[in-house]
Design a protein around this ligand. Structure first.
Ligand SMILES: [Zn+2]
Ligand SMILES: [Zn+2]
Length: 68
């Protein structure tokens, strides 16, 4: 099987979302599952969203404690 995006390269995995063959360059390396980097990649993982939210809450609490 060849990479869907690079027809001259062998596929190293198959995208769980769209089922296309992907070479190492086209895989979303940040995702624990095999996904296309561009089309099916999560972009922001749940872990990153939770971390960002926790950070914002900490900042908000700090600001509140400063102004009170
Ligand atoms: Zn590729
Ligand atoms: Zn895909």
């Amino acid at each position: 099987m060849k990479c869907y995006y690079h027809h001259d390269r062998d596929a190293f995995g198959v995208c769980k979302v769209c089922g296309k063959g992907l070479c190492l360059e086209c895989m979303d390396t940040k995702s624990p599952e095999v996904k296309c980097k561009t089309k099916c990649g999560s972009g922001m993982s749940l872990y990153q969203i939770v971390t960002a939210l926790a950070f914002l809450i900490i900042i908000a609490l700090l600001l509140v404690s400063i102004f009170e």
